[in-house]
Design a protein around this ligand. Sequence first.
Ligand SMILES: Nc1ncnc2c1ncn2[C@@H]1O[C@H](COP(=O)(O)OP(=O)(O)O)[C@@H](O)[C@H]1O
Ligand SMILES: [Mg+2]
Length: 375
Amino acid sequence: MKAELYIGLMSGTSMDGIDAVLARFGGPAGELIGHSSMPWPREIKGRLRALTLPGDDEIERLGPLDIEVADAFAETIHALLRQTGIRANQVRAVGSHGQTVRHRPNSTPPFTLQIGDPNRIAELTGIDVVADFRRRDIAAGGQGAPLVPAYHAVAFSHPSEQRFILNIGGIANITRLPGGGPDRVSGYDTGPGNTLLNHWAGEWLGTPYDADGAWAATGKINEELLEKMLEEPYFTQPAPKSTGPEQFSPGWLERHLDAFSLPPQEVQATLTALTAESIARAIAGEKADPCRVVACGGGVFNRELMRQLRRRLAPNPVDTTADHGMDPSRVEAMAFAWLARQTLLGLPGNLPAVTGASHPVVLGGIYPSARQRLV
Ligand SMILES: Nc1ncnc2c1ncn2[C@@H]1O[C@H](COP(=O)(O)OP(=O)(O)O)[C@@H](O)[C@H]1O
Ligand SMILES: [Mg+2]
């Protein structure tokens, strides 16, 4: 098989920025050969965040943002091409996740919306774009999320060891990989990852996140608040399930905090415990011991969170994907490069056992570029 280059483009619910990877696929898993990241300009981030909650004039606000987000995606792709010395016509396609502004898999009818106009990305980069992956899974009766488990299975399965791939983005999700092959893979969103931690750090420190979890480490976990928050029905709801920052929102946190009067660092410590404990309970609920947990996503850089996770998951080991050959910050973008390739090969990208879709389906729409490719 001739090796092909794909670009994966991811911007998750943390809204920290855009991650782009260049991946070479000579075999199914692909190899990471370059990456580029760009933080969201503060102004765009504010408008994106505002759009994640219902408000006035949504279409008027969404229309231009859809284009500006695409422009930022294209800029990130151009930076990646410059850094890697690869020309646009050498790249088979871009897999663009888009920026989620609303994810309502349980409303009637369910819907999900990612923006960053793929037409514009194709026009500006001269590369074919595959985008809008989630809506096809929803149309097939699924949650539209998580979509990364199929890639996790290809990239991180072990022949005999049972593994959980844990992605700690704004929301956290797990993929269960029973040893021995890609069958019987399951997974779902466990609940908040960094989203509430970032919100609280923003309120009190004025920073986008609690760097290394250092502030949380100065606070005491309030067990009563932790237990109250863990009563949220989402945590015990059976899979398939997915969630977003609309559910685990600043308003959700405020409602819980009403009954408490705590120093802010205790709240941060307790929110860190909420992420760790909800993940640990989800994994324990799978009754899969012994297992290895392999973590990725920006949450792995939060030392306090990782310390709490290790304590709560012991004696099962908690690694990061860096221990298995992949930078934890690149895994999701790699998954979208892989998903784009699946689409162009006419292969499904969803796992019905994960999303609840009625069948496996080829995901996304294809937006051809105007330029000729090198073949
Ligand atoms: N050094 C760090 N200390 C604590 N948290 C970090 C650090 N680096 C990244 N993060 C967290 O990771 C998040 C980004 O993770 P990412 O995987 O990109 O999430 P998403 O997919 O939602 O965009 C940041 O918003 C922040 O919460
Ligand atoms: Mg991110």
